[in-house]
Design a protein around this ligand. Structure first.
Ligand SMILES: NC(=O)c1ccc[n+]([C@@H]2O[C@H](COP(=O)([O-])OP(=O)(O)OC[C@H]3O[C@@H](n4cnc5c(N)ncnc54)[C@H](O)[C@@H]3O)[C@@H](O)[C@H]2O)c1
Length: 282
């Protein structure tokens, strides 16, 4: 049986990139999918691609930053499919914004979409998932939820916030049979990268241990896993899917970097002596 057979899933930001790929993936795994996006035409296009592939889908025009619109989404899904089990709260935007530029308009809108949007989605959808007897939610954070970077204050703050929200929601909803996790992609080749999209591997991939940026289907695989029964003991987790960017920074290992490590170690002579000591009276 397909992994999500009999389940109903909502995906936000489903008109493009990671959301579109994940909506298609969940449908291939048997879920009936509501593809929601700020741009109703792209949401409808994703739903149409699911239908062409033999799946069942609806689409919904949604601004995640509007709490009432999230409630309408929940009602529309129940009206169409009768229940809801899975949610991928993925819509997000990235904007340049720093402390010194003091652009509070950018800050407010990024927070409204990337953080309040996830909370509003949970508020509207979690009770429906509880009513269906349980299920799972995944929210899209980022490597930006693990580290900091100059010039992206609001984006990085919201992606940290998503992880905190996910941990709190996981704790609250566990007894209701709902698991909640965050997926934390590194750079992924989607339109959000703007002009860098086409040459992302060459321009940006060298910051990654695996030497390239990610692909939307590589994130969809992990989201599908986190939404499914195979991850039954996983909740409150922030899953890095980042080609080693956070855990193994510095790009692909090279002979030069290993030679550098050996040179550094040689300079720790007292440390090395301590390591070689075998204990006992000295
Ligand atoms: N691509 C990356 O490198 C990368 C890395 C880490 C995290 N992410 C995160 O992944 C998520 C998806 O990004 P993507 O790369 O697929 O980008 P994308 O631009 O391809 O897709 C984002 C989708 O979200 C929709 N959207 C934007 N604002 C919305 C709103 N207010 N309400 C509803 N929908 C809205 C857009 O219309 C678009 O279809 C985002 O949360 C992003 O922050 C992306």
């Amino acid at each position: 049986m397909a992994e999500h057979e009999g389940k109903v899933a909502v995906v936000t930001g489903a008109g493009s990139g990671i959301g579109a790929e994940t909506a298609l993936h969940l449908a291939r795994e048997g879920a009936r999918v509501c593809a929601a996006d700020l741009d109703p035409a792209t949401a409808a296009a994703t739903a149409a691609r699911i239908a062409t592939g033999g799946g069942e889908a609806m689409s919904f025009g949604l601004d995640v930053a509007d709490a009432g619109a999230n409630r309408e989404l929940a009602e529309a899904v129940i009206e169409r499919f009768g229940a809801l089990h899975l949610a991928f709260l993925n819509a997000g935007v990235g904007r340049l914004n720093s402390v010194l530029d003091g652009d509070t308009e950018v800050w407010d809108r990024v927070v409204a979409i990337n953080l309040s949007g996830v909370y509003y989605g949970m508020v509207a959808l979690a009770p429906r998932i509880v009513a269906a007897g349980g299920g799972a939610m995944v929210a899209t954070s980022s490597i930006a939820g693990w580290i900091g970077q100059a010039g992206m204050a609001s984006y990085f703050a919201t992606k940290h916030g998503v992880i905190g929200l996910v941990k709190s929601a996981a704790s609250e909803l566990a007894r209701h049979g709902v698991r909640v996790n965050a997926v934390c992609p590194g750079l992924v080749k989607t339109p959000i990268l703007g002009l860098a999209h086409d040459s992302a591997d060459e321009l940006l991939g060298q910051q990654y241990a695996l030497g390239r940026v990610g692909r939307p289907n590589e994130i969809a695989e992990v989201v599908s896993f986190l939404l499914g029964e195979r991850s039954a003991f996983v909740t409150g987790a922030a899953w890095l899917v980042d080609g080693g960017h956070v855990g193994s920074p510095g790009g692909p290992g090279s002979e030069e970097s290993e030679a550098g490590a050996r040179a550094m170690l040689a300079s720790f002579s007292s440390n090395t002596k301590a390591f070689d000591r075998r204990g006992g009276p000295q």
